[in-house]
Design a protein around this ligand. Structure first.
Ligand code: ATP
Ligand code: MG
Length: 905
């Protein structure tokens, strides 16, 4: 909400004249872009110690909650209107109009009933789906750390509040992984970098820091990109990559820059690949349907000279052909799959089409820490440059950990830092000896952290303590510490010494340890800020090695995934040796030596010189990519996708964000960084590979059910059309009355809803599943004609069994016979075409329903109005024979088809 400072003279309706004078405008971020922190605080009627709780309450009432303007909640009429926009419904409505125009009232009524039923079913399915997605919001909801006071004299306290309760003037803290909760002007910062892609589309992180000198009023356009370049401004919806900051909230809710951008982008939602393939299949069918009935009509007119009297029949056939339950089945299958997944395995799918994409995943990229290992590191050793145990190295590492945590106000300390401090505390308990001056928190791009401290008795000297990845720290070292006869001596770090140190780090890594290098430098004390460029000419002092145990279920889950045809790749920022060892311990095959110097492992610097094609080629061959910076992870994922793989990515850090965006399916655990959680398509309760395995299985199940539905419906529809065309040419009367076509269609639709509760066969669960129009066509090409053959056989049987000779009763018997055969064969096809596995109850009920209607309808009082009569017993026997032979033929054809094309979707 736009903040109107109190006490504006000439008060507007929202002003409350209670305090001293302030400026006359509502404040937006552009208004503070030219101000110093102090000026901005004054304008916002706040202070460095934050707002009073009472002030905040009052502002919350006046400015409203800090939430994005929601689109109006979907009402039922709107929901139903939306479900009518689907192509099948449009076609049905069109056919209804045609039937009304030719006064074929029965067809018109049935068409309307179909439209109403399918749109009601679909809307209620979507309603339930929306509700379960809304329930997920709590899981991904974020909080903000705000500084407030209870009374004018009390000390300010930091506390976590729901982001919605932030008000203009609040002083808040930002840390790595935070989603910036409002538009903010920075008061202080420490190595803060922010990812602004949500607003600017720019992929790299940008540095942000307060500007203390007045820069003059901001005169550019208030929405202009120039605003995003101002280092002192952080915008809602952007994510903190590294470092920390404190800032004053300027605009919240609808008043933020993000709210403006969000409204534009929300109206242009992209279609997912799943939506596109469903649409593709729909339009294919619609074209087919619009073509067949006119063709039937023309053939009929040409051969029998019947002209327009066959029009109602043609329209009814078109209605019968429409798979109007497809949208209902799709919604139900996906919503049900997601609900079961959430309930049984704690996996939340944030948009339903993602469930289909999960089933299609054939490459899964994961990180190492917390996924393959437990992320509970324990210090194993601390060594001097010569490889001798040396507690002094641990002490320095702990100094770095302590002061980076303390001075950078990190919200939650890194597991490595905690482990180092625990070990140092056991070594010498008590308060730290040195004083912290400044800190550069860990940055995944620099792969190191730095603390600047003042040692006791070393006045006038600042000591830089750096720890981080071995290669990166050694690159900034020129000296190496050596123990001399009279204490410490520093020798030159030449190429040989560097080689030797890299080798000993490699040995530790190959033992499965996480290795950190520690380095120091003394500098004359100075007041100014420290930055990454101060990390040079360091003295290497030693290594610390930490052991992180393997995650208990990781090995089994990797084997399961391999059994499902999912290839797993590891993208980690860690040492190649550590990564390779962990993978071997878990039984993951790393593949052959790539001849690049790191065995089977690719290190990210090897990707740097390569073009996209070469990266794709390497990505196909290698399993482990080590020393990855965030953009390397994204590059590998993008290369895999470009090569045609459906790629999933699991990660939890801010450094995983670019890859999460690049993947088809981004996954993260529910305790991941805010930004990561907001970006992911799938959120897991725990970072557990087993849950992903379940999620993939659920995706395949849902897709499998949709595919089975399409296969059965389309092959029987195609069969019927062929049979009707043939009958039109062979028989002197209509093979089926329009009302019969429609009744049969209603029965099929009702029965097929049961497919949402089916389970695909084992074979389908072992391979990635996708909706493939071509695979579908292949199936229909075999089973459609087979169905038509059964119909034609029935015609032959009926023609020989009932006296037709133009009598009405003969035709009614023929119609009844074909009606019965159609329902029975459909029941058989429903059970046989899904493969040989246990039939779930809903499907069995559906098949029995079809059989019961088929057998009983011609005997019931409804027979006469529907234009049918009871059949002689001999006819039932013959029809039973046809159905049994058809069932056997289907079984044989299905077995042949599966052998030929595999039991896949
Ligand atoms: N707190 C820290 N202080 C200093 N260096 C660190 C710290 N955490 C990690 N590092 C170094 O940075 C490297 C990369 O770590 P990072 O956590 O960014 O990797 P990652 O890609 O998240 O790895 P993973 O696949 O294990 O999740 C580590 O191997 C380590 O050398
Ligand atoms: Mg990580």
């Amino acid at each position: 909400m736009v903040w109107a400072p109190e006490a504006v003279s000439g008060a507007g309706p929202r002003d409350i004249r209670e305090t001293d004078a302030g400026p006359a405008e509502h404040v937006s971020i552009a208004d503070v872009a030219g101000l110093t922190p102090l000026e901005a605080l004054r304008l916002m009627r706040s202070g460095p110690r934050g707002l009073l709780e009472s002030q905040a309450e009052e502002r919350l009432l006046r400015c409203g909650e800090n939430v994005l303007p929601e689109p109006a909640p979907t009402t039922w009429p709107r929901r139903i209107a939306r479900s009518l926009r689907d192509p099948f419904t449009m076609v049905l409505l069109g056919l209804g109009l045609v039937s009304a125009a030719i006064a074929s009232w029965g067809t018109a009524c049935v068409t309307v009933v179909l439209v109403v039923v399918s749109s009601l079913l679909r809307s209620s399915g979507e309603y339930r789906a929306d509700r379960s997605i809304a329930a997920l919001r709590d899981l991904i909801a974020t909080t903000a750390t705000v500084r407030r006071r209870t009374g004018a004299t009390s000390a300010p306290l930091y506390r976590e509040i729901p982001v919605g309760e932030l008000v203009p003037g609040d002083v808040i803290q930002l840390g790595p992984g935070d989603l910036v909760p409002a538009d903010v002007l920075l008061l202080r910062s420490n190595g803060l970098t922010v990812h602004q892609a949500a607003l600017t589309g720019e992929s790299g992180p940008v540095a942000k820091h307060p500007v203390d000198a007045p820069v003059g009023p901001f005169t550019g356009p208030a929405s202009g990109s120039e605003l995003f370049e101002r280092p002192q401004l952080c915008f809602q919806g952007t994510g903190v990559v590294a470092g920390t900051g404190t800032g004053v909230v300027v605009a919240t809710g609808a008043g933020t820059m993000f709210a403006g951008a969000h409204q534009v982008s929300a109206s242009r939602r992209r279609l997912s690949s799943f939506d596109r393939s469903v649409n593709g299949i729909s339009w294919l069918l619609i074209r087919f349907m619009l073509l067949i009935p006119p063709a039937a009509l023309l053939a009929d007119a040409a051969l029998r000279g019947r002209g327009l009297e066959a029009l109602p029949f043609a329209v009814a056939v078109a209605v019968g052909l429409t798979p109007e339950m497809l949208p209902v089945i799709v919604t139900t299958a996906l919503a049900r799959g997601s609900a079961v997944l959430a309930r049984d395995h704690g996996v939340m799918v944030r948009r339903f089409p993602a469930l289909h994409d999960l089933g299609a995943v054939d490459v899964l990229c994961i990180d190492k820490t917390g996924t393959l290992t437990r992320d509970l590191p324990v210090l194993d050793r601390s060594l001097d440059p010569d490889g001798r145990p040396d507690p002094e190295v641990l002490r320095w590492a702990a100094v770095n950990s302590l002061w980076t945590i303390q001075l950078a106000d990190l919200p939650c300390p890194d597991a490595l830092d905690e482990a180092i401090m625990d070990a140092a505390e056991r070594l010498d308990p008590g308060p730290p000896a040195s004083d912290g001056i400044a800190a550069l928190p860990f940055d995944p791009a620099r792969r190191s952290s730095c603390a600047v401290v003042q040692r006791p008795g070393r006045l006038g000297v600042h000591t830089l303590v750096v720890k981080g990845a071995v290669e990166d720290v050694l690159d900034r070292c020129t000296l190496v510490r050596a123990a001399g006869p009279h204490g410490e001596m520093d020798g030159e770090l030449d190429a040989d010494a560097r080689e030797r140190l890299l080798r000993s780090a490699g040995t530790m890594a190959a033992d499965g340890l996480r290795v950190l290098a520690v380095a120091l430098a003394d500098r004359p004390a100075r007041p100014g800020p420290y930055g990454p460029r101060d990390e040079h000419d360091l003295t290497f002092v030693g290594f610390v090695g930490l052991r992180d145990a393997l995650a208990p279920q990781a090995g089994d889950a990797l084997a399961e995934l391999a059994g499902r045809g999912v290839e797993v790749k590891i993208l980690t920022g860690d040492h190649p040796g550590t990564a390779a060892r962990v993978c071997r311990d878990l039984g993951l095959d790393l593949g052959p030596d790539l001849g690049l110097g790191a065995g089977a492992v690719v290190t990210a610097d090897q990707l740097d010189g390569l073009d996209d094609a070469a990266v794709a080629e390497l990505a196909a061959r290698a399993t482990v990519f080590a020393r990855c910076a965030p953009e390397h992870k994204a590059r590998v994922v993008a290369a895999l996708r470009a090569a045609g793989h459906t790629t999933g990515f699991l990660g939890d850090g801010v450094n995983d964000l670019p890859a999460l965006r690049a993947a088809d399916i981004g996954m993260c655990p529910s305790d991941a960084a805010d930004v990561t959680r907001q970006t992911a398509d799938v959120v897991l309760t725990a970072k557990d590979l087993t849950a992903i395995d379940h999620a993939i299985a659920a995706g395949r199940r849902s897709t499998g059910n949709i595919v089975t539905y399409l296969r059965v419906v389309l092959s029987s529809n195609v069969g019927n059309v062929i049979a009707m065309l043939a009958a039109g040419l062979l028989l002197p009367f209509l093979p089926m009355l329009p009302i019969q076509v429609l009744t049969q269609n209603l029965c099929f639709d009702a029965a097929q809803l049961a497919y949402a509760f089916d389970r695909p066969g084992r074979g389908a669960m072992r391979r990635p599943s996708r909706l493939r129009p071509r695979g579908l066509l292949r199936f229909i090409a075999v089973f459609g004609p087979l169905n038509a053959l059964a119909d034609l056989t029935t015609f032959a049987v009926l023609v020989s069994a009932v006296p037709l000779s133009g009598q009405a009763s003969g035709q009614a018997a023929f119609h009844a016979g074909w009606f019965v055969e159609n329902l029975l064969t459909q029941a058989v096809a429903m059970l046989v075409l899904r493969g040989r596995r246990r039939v779930p109850v809903p499907l069995m009920v559906a098949a029995c329903f079809l059989v019961a209607v088929g057998v009983l309808l011609p005997l019931s009082p409804l027979a006469a109005p529907l234009g049918m009569t009871a059949l002689p017993a001999s006819c039932y026997l013959m029809l039973a024979g046809v159905v049994v032979v058809y069932g056997a033929a289907l079984l044989a054809a299905k077995a042949w088809f599966d052998r030929r094309h595999g039991d896949r979707m």
